[in-house]
Design a binder for this molecule. Structure first.
Ligand code: NAP
Ligand code: GLV
Length: 323
């Protein structure tokens, strides 16, 4: 039934009672399959706010069917699922959830680094299938993490949180991105800028990716670039799947130069390239970078606050600018 209150479409259930909070002021419809759901199609012309997930593709074609839309509140910090220029052109605000998930995503990246380098997930599988027959000096040798050189692609919020963890492991931290940071930040993090990604890859024993997915970073880790990584090195990707060419990664894991990889994100989620699924030396997480209870609560709260503010005529807390 149509109500006079503004309609908020929430793409999926949020943790705790954040949807109830929205429902205290607005008409709320929750979809089970985001903007692909029949529920969305049925009410799209009336929607004024969309609480979106990374799995929702918000493009100009969709915006053309949502004439009353005022805000897309992404429950994520990455906004590669949203056409920012199309939103700007149609006067639709976009918000995200920075900061509140930084430390939890860095925890997962570091966990993947340790699990991949030290073969923890592989060892777990082996023990479960009865393959542990006793300690020997050459059994399941992995790659040393402490004291190694870590290359970070994108020393932003999450990249810096990873660098702080790396200091605790006495790692030598290198980073690359478009802008060199101030010497104060570099020295606080103990991080050294390397202008060229290829130069950094030639020096890094482990590489962790923390840049956004953009036209510039799609397949940044191409077949050729993966081939230039150090022999026996480890690659961790908790940023976005399409930054790495998955087929080429599977080949670099099977034939070198990579010793191992840890992934939280995939090129065509929720699918994972079949060649990766059959590789023992890759740890595969199901896009759970921010998935600790506290971060997910905070992300939901931030998205809901952004909607309440914008529909109430106030500026959002965390607007994303179109570049
Ligand atoms: P951020 O603070 O904006 O940091 C991004 C960094 O990437 C910046 O330092 C930026 O520096 C750098 N960068 C941008 N373009 C680059 C390029 N072409 N080459 C190299 N570096 C580049 O973002 P954040 O909060 O750390 O989040 C980073 C990404 O992590 C998000 O966009 C999202 O995709 C991903 N993420 C994943 C999960 C998960 O669940 N797995 C959770 C949270 C976030 P310059 O502009 O100077 O290049
Ligand atoms: C999750 O992937 C995010 O970008 O927050």
């Amino acid at each position: 039934m149509n109500s006079k209150r503004p309609l908020v479409f929430v793409s999926a259930a949020l943790p705790s009672d954040w949807v109830l909070r929205l429902a205290s002021q607005f008409e709320v419809i929750t979809g089970e399959d985001g903007v692909r759901s029949a529920a969305f199609a049925a009410c799209r012309e009336r929607i004024e706010a969309l609480v979106a997930l990374v799995t929702d593709h918000v493009n100009d074609a969709l915006l053309a069917t949502t004439p009353r839309l005022r805000i897309v509140a992404n429950v994520a910090v990455g906004v590669d699922n949203i056409d920012l220029a199309a939103c700007a052109k149609r006067g639709v605000l976009v918000t995200n959830t920075p900061d509140v998930l930084t430390e939890s995503t860095a925890d997962l990246a570091f966990g993947l680094l340790l699990a991949a380098a030290r073969r923890i997930a592989e060892g777990d599988r082996l023990v479960r299938k009865g393959g542990f027959t006793g300690w020997t000096p050459t059994f399941m040798l992995g790659t040393r993490v402490h004291g190694a050189t870590l290359g970070i692609v994108g020393l932003g919020r999450i990249g810096q949180a990873v660098a702080r963890r790396a200091r605790g492991f006495r790692m030598n931290v290198l980073y690359t991105q478009r802008t060199k940071l101030s010497e104060d930040i570099e020295s606080a993090l103990g991080a050294t800028f390397v202008a060229s990604l290829d130069d950094m890859l030639a020096r890094a024993d482990a590489v962790s990716i923390h840049c956004p997915l953009t036209a510039e970073t799609r397949h940044l880790f191409s077949q050729g670039r993966l081939a230039r990584m150090k022999h026996g090195s480890v690659l961790v990707n908790t940023a976005r799947g399409p930054i790495v060419d998955e087929a080429a990664l599977a080949s670099a894991l099977a034939n070198g130069p990579l010793a191992a990889a840890g992934l939280d994100v995939y090129e065509a989620e929720p699918s994972v390239h079949h060649a990766l699924l059959s590789q023992q030396n890759v740890v595969l997480a199901p896009h759970i970078g921010s998935a600790d209870r506290t971060s997910r609560e905070a992300m939901a709260a931030m998205a809901v606050d952004n909607v309440m503010r914008v529909l109430g005529g106030e500026p959002p807390l965390s607007p994303v600018e179109s570049r």
